[in-house]
Ligand binder design. Sequence first.
Ligand code: GDP
Ligand code: MG
Length: 167
Amino acid sequence: PVPQIVIVGRPNVGKSSLFNWLAGTKIAIVDDQPGITRDRLTHLMCHEDKFFELVDTGGMGFNDADNLTKHIEDQITVAIESANLILFVLDTRSGLLPMDQEVAKRLRLVKVPVVCLANKADAESLDSMAEEFHRLGFGAPIKVSTQQNRNRGIVLNRIIDNIPEHD
Ligand code: GDP
Ligand code: MG
């Protein structure tokens, strides 16, 4: 089986944008308003001769706009069950919110590597705002911007460095 790289995070941090950006094609629906129901999306990728499958769990169990907690629960359950590596996405512009803490709490129980991505770091002037994500306990966040195309290669390299050898 191909290693599964699962994108996790509260609504609106840019998970679907990140999925499209890494995949290099606009498959996932990007929306200003959280809560649109989407299916689990996957995209087979190859970087430096290594194959992996990128998974956007954005719409999992999220039919009810008020039911954010259930949404996160479902999303993370999927991640725990199927992931070989988790990309934990945060929003540098909004900073750390209680819902991010909720996601982090669940991800601390996961056995697979968790890579923290500080998205929406559109300019270096915003980088200092990403530092607070450090205290979530998943190491230094990689500052990225899907909009400004920042650090895509670094993310892809980190993914292949952390997935088991494919056989
Ligand atoms: P999701 O709910 O986590 O899947 O988030 P989406 O991918 O749908 O994006 C939510 C919003 O964040 C959209 O309005 C995106 O255009 C915006 N967004 C995504 N990436 C970036 C980024 O790098 N910079 C900025 N400024 N906005 C972004
Ligand atoms: Mg989404």
